[in-house]
Design a protein around this ligand. Structure first.
Ligand code: URA
Length: 241
């Protein structure tokens, strides 16, 4: 028997967090009865219905997308903007692992494997996310140290990060900086640079764990192969030890 929100995520319907929201809203039925209790346990024989859809096992699918600018990283958008789901044809209900802002480009993983999505997003698993930011100005050594040791964003200290200056453009007073983090708070990279007095002009996610954008132009995508999926699970299991 497992907790209902975990089972919904494992079916690939949505993330565990979203499943919790749906439970609270009374959108989940088990064997025909509305269930709102987050800790409710279900077994393999229970019939689970979410927002009127009976959950059935789907084949797991994993897509790596090079997200262009001007696309939202959600399944649907109330302002009718293009979403990452519009860019990847699939018969499965895929959803993005983590978020990139509308104007951020780069690597987004889409999957219906709720278990993997959760594990990748959980900060305790310390999965590396590599961002390349074009920022206004040039970072001082003390600001680099502050970013690396953790800084306060809205009263919460970020965990340790790695900073590397890739290029300095003195004429235009800007620089290109690589930032490696493990967390995924909303607008985290922009807020981190803002906290040390630098505006982010452009942002791209270049790597997630060992996955990179090699061979993918903006807007292009590819499926992960089974070896890569296994390697992702292994990386998480190793980090849990
Ligand atoms: N941090 C941000 O500020 N924006 C993103 O899109 C991703 C990480």
């Amino acid at each position: 028997m497992e907790r209902i929100q975990k089972v919904i995520a494992n079916y690939g319907y949505c993330s565990r967090r979203k499943a919790e929201e749906l439970l609270i809203k009374g959108k989940v039925k088990v064997n025909g009865e509305i269930i709102t209790e987050l800790g409710f346990k279900v077994g393999p024989k229970d019939i689970i219905e979410v927002e009127g859809h009976i959950l059935e096992k789907q084949e797991k699918e994993y897509i790596l997308l090079n997200k262009p600018r001007g696309v939202v990283t959600t399944v649907s958008d109330d302002k009718n903007r293009k979403t990452v789901i519009d860019l990847v044809p699939s018969n499965n209900r895929l959803y993005p692992v983590g978020r990139l802002d509308y104007n951020t480009t780069g690597l987004v993983l889409l999957t219906n494997d709720g278990e993997l999505a959760n594990l990748l997003m959980h900060p305790k698993n310390e999965i590396e996310k590599v961002y390349i930011a074009k920022i206004k100005g040039i970072l001082s050594v003390s600001n680099i140290n502050n970013l690396e040791q953790g800084i306060l964003i809205e009263g919460i200290k970020t965990s340790k990060s790695k900073v590397k200056i890739r290029k300095i453009d003195k004429k235009n007073n800007s620089s290109i900086v690589e930032l490696i983090i493990h967390e995924g708070k909303n607008h985290q990279v922009k807020k981190m640079f803002n906290a040390v007095g630098h505006e982010v002009l452009k942002l791209k996610r270049e790597r997630l764990a060992f996955l990179t954008l090699t061979g993918l132009d903006s807007g292009q995508f590819r499926h992960l192969n089974p070896k890569e999926v296994k390697q992702l699970y292994n990386e998480i299991l190793n980090s849990e030890r």
